[in-house]
Design a protein around this ligand. Sequence first.
Ligand code: HH2
Length: 283
Amino acid sequence: MPVLRLVLVPASPVATLPDGSVMTKLMGVVNVTPDSFSDGGRYFDSETAIAHGRELTAAGAEILDVGGESTRPGAEAVPVEEELRRVVPVIEGLADAGAQISVDTSKAAVAAAALDAGAEIVNDVTALRGDPEMAGLCAERGADVVLMHMRGDPQTMQDDPRYDDVVVAVKEFLAERLAAATAAGIAEERIWLDPGIGFGKTAAHNMELLRRLGELRELGRPLVIGTSRKSFIGKLDGSAAGERLGGTIASSVLAAAAGAEILRVHDVAEMRQALAVATAVLG
Ligand code: HH2
């Protein structure tokens, strides 16, 4: 078993502690959807979603990731008007909650309205490929941007995904998208990268990415990792989406120890406690 290290090379915009170690940030998931794979329908009503976002902030989320379109395998696209109707009131309601808000969208019109409503981060699972207006919008508005790797789209991504070397492929993709984003005028220090755990990958691919996260750190930007409740955990032990907290915590702590700066999770309180223990023991 390799030794875990939580004292990491800091990279803006992630908070650093006085000793130079990185404080891992938690991004709490607020899904305003009827069909998300693990909590679809639970927070579909705006007031319930806002209350949930406030709970996640109280539990220690520095970022709230508000999304109005499920990206689960096979998910149907949501029309722009409906996505706006879902996310804008929730972002407005959370603007003073004490966390930064990110909007999980690949539509420029939704991102623009979300930024107007108080969001500061655009989390685009298509890495700016889904909407030709998205890169220019993020550049013009000075938003922080999460660029995520996905093979294909949610309709097709789990159809027999294959890579010669998944880590090399993801790294090349993220390097190319990082270059495209900066070429479009987005400041490099505003860009975060995400290998897209579960997006066009087998369980073995996901494990390989988590094991070799250090190679993605060579890209020089903060890494976002979202393992929360994902199906690769269920592939190991047969658990359903609502029964994957242990696997979420194990994979997320390992990711933090390997250099991930932002962990995207549904269960913020439990994750915060796990990180506190890991940091106290190893830090
Ligand atoms: N995972 C999901 C959605 N958005 N964004 C980033 N940057 N990284 C991820 O790993 C990621 C993401 C899927 O999780 P969830 O939001 O819970 O499900 P759904 O897409 O079904 O709403």
